[in-house]
Design a protein around this ligand. Sequence first.
Ligand code: SF4
Length: 358
Amino acid sequence: MDRTISVIYGKNIHDMTLRLLSSCDLQLPASGANASAVIKPNLVTPSGSDTGATTHTEIVEAIIIHLISLGFRNITVAEGSWVGASTESAFRALGYYDLRDRYGIHLVDTKKDEYRSLAPFGIPMEVSRTVLDADLLINVPVLKGHCQTLMTNAMKNLKGCLSDRSKREFHRLGLDLPIAALNSVIHPDLTIVDSICGDLDFEEGGNPVQTDRMLASAYPVLLDAYSATLMGYRPEDIGYIRKAQEIGLIEDFRWEVKELSKPVVSNARAGGEAKRLSVHTSPIDACSACYAALIHALKRLEDENGLGRLKGRTIAIGQGYSDKAPEIGVGACCRKAGTGVAGCPASADSILQMLRGL
Ligand code: SF4
């Protein structure tokens, strides 16, 4: 099993996607140019990607360009928005009809697809035939918070391959086991995570946290386990990851991170609810990935009613602190801080441990 998780930081989404793709070993199957390649983004609602809700269209376009360069001629984008939202509206709002016309790809609304009825681990589900029959499947989720499952990313994004009836049934059955079971029947060849500005805690966006990062792996459960730590959780905190381990989709959570670039300084920070937490920070030239980790750690601290530990103090972060000695600091740049945590970028789970100790 390949335990590598590739991570890239930056501002040029198109180039970042192509670099991630060239670090992976994707090939045209023996069946040739007619082999079906399916891309599954997250278009939960017709919201812009800058809200933190949906996959950046630039990522999907770069994947299409890469697949065409490999010889694929039968490329489909397949997605079904959440119950109550129109997938066609999302396709229109996010530029997918333009992609269709420019590159000759197909668009499939999985709400209207043909289904195969399956029942893995006793969970009934109607799964899109387009997705199940793909010769190559690339999952392109957004890493973001979720009001019920805490986090949504690679594994949960596959819920968009179901009929609306099955989506409702998943909620009735409690989501965790259904999501794990779904991942026992859909096996993406590659997952590319849009962690550019995923929402702090809502699937539908509105509280984006600028992170300027993307991830890639062939192993969705491991990718989700690692991604949980980027939001200040342990893998076991996420119910559907726990269930995935219980039903044998993963044995342990050992990953190997391969960084393709270093984090970038950004002044774009956080919006909506996420902005509220920024009053506890004092950034000077902070990289977005480091700052996002701090925001997620502060959110976890708030969830456990721990913000009082700060006693009105703010947390230093950023390259502007490399010759300063703040009281509390985050990341290698704040190595002279009285209380600090290492890392470049610092991870949300290690920041949370430090904050709990204040
Ligand atoms: S430690 Fe400093 S250089 Fe490294 S990611 Fe954080 S802010 Fe950027």
